[in-house]
Design a protein around this ligand. Sequence first.
Ligand code: XMP
Length: 515
Amino acid sequence: MIVILDFGSQYSELIARRIRETQVYSEVLSYRTTIEQLKKLNPAGIILSGGPSSVYDAGAPQCDPGIWQLGIPVMGVCYGMQLMVQQLGGGVERAERGEYGKASIAIDDPTDLLTNVDPGSTMWMSHGDSVTDMPDGFELLAHTDNTPCAAIANHTQKFYGVQFHPEVVHSIGGQAMIRNFVYHICECQPTWTTEAFVDEAVREVRARVGDKRVLLALSGGVDSSTLAFLLHRAIGSQLTCMFIDQGFMRKGEPERLMKLFKDQFHISVEYVMARERFIGAIAGVDDPEQKRKIIGHEFIRVFEEESKRLGPFDYLAQGTLYPDVIESADTNVDPKTGERVAVKIKSHHNVGGLPKDLQFKLIEPLRKLFKDEVRNVGRSIDLPEEIVNRQPFPGPGLAIRILGPVDDEKLNILRDADLIVRQEINKAGLYNDIWQAFAVLLPVRSVGVMGDQRTYAYPIVLRIVSSEDGMTADWARIPYDLMEIISNRIVNEVDGVNRVVYDITSKPPGTIEWE
Ligand code: XMP
């Protein structure tokens, strides 16, 4: 295992993902991790991440200097390199000119860390401070026009420092460096594979659960579907899957999900028909937050009732993923109060969002995985691509894509329009390039003309965005011809719609969903 000590860099998670791409397991831990904790983990190597501080700032984050005596390879990236240099007695200063963006590296020593990295390779730089004096025992591996020490090494002790970010895609040869570090320097074996994960997860679940019963709320997404499969393999009929049909899924989705589990996986799922309850609970509700809260509460009520009916259960399985559990540096701390700051924009609800006081012990077999790793596990167990690659879909579903009060008529209109959007985006081969593509129904009506008839009907908004992680997004520049096909089909095929508009707002200031 390779441990990444996080000093608040936006790229720490990315380093972990790049290492895992080499089939070596890697974890992100806080820079405050103690030597005792590190020794227990017994990593083959440590990476010190970048970070927003300067090593000379008062209170700049420091790792325990004991790591230099552990006798294992360490690589510092950006801030991590500067910290290494400072702790080992070298010099770091504010550079005359910072370096931001792409820089071409000249290689002084093409062996070791830089094996298979071409001279002149572009690397991604983002720093204001620079190493001016290498600690004793260090040698220069590479420099750039603005940065005399772009990569350095103490070959004897296996300490390495790079000023650039090998983990970002713009760094050509960055992945080769990571492979060199992981395989040649830390001497790791490629043991982190999908098959190995599945075997280990199955073993762990069996050992933990024994002969007890586990409940899983299935949502139809890749996380809960993969989880259901894993748990079923581990404990068979001790697992009960429950699918609560709130009535806000897309056209045909509940039926397809039930059929898939029954026919292909031979896993029985308790189907809970709750459509009327949910639509009744939000009838006439206009305010988006109110709507989200009511749906969330109703979900918990139905869940509690049904788990009592089907239970008792000892464990509740949840599809928690690694990004939710990363123990990273507290970069969002309010300097005055010392409290973590999080600005709430919307109340999120999903099947994982159950209250903590439910009488279950949690079981979370996916908590080590990134989303793309869950997808790989999903593929390895033959989950169909439509689930493996499903675009994100909010817990409250179509209810937050109908602005204002929701009723059956509007749900039917939106389901039909949404299906056309998905079909055409798929047909154009764009589904996997786009973060989300969906329809939103506005509760206003406008005048149109069809045949010789005046129409007075709803508009559909096309919301099609590209994004890396849903935190920021841009409207997708899909071809006009495709817009035309979607617009024509919706207006012609969906009763109650006479106008289609394209949302050209990025996030921020817009959000992806409309409510
Ligand atoms: P916004 O609209 O805040 O959405 O830009 C960001 C991403 O989150 C999804 N989303 C949700 N996911 N439960 C979820 O599981 C929710 O309540 C929820 N609301 C929004 C949204 O689809 C987008 O991908």
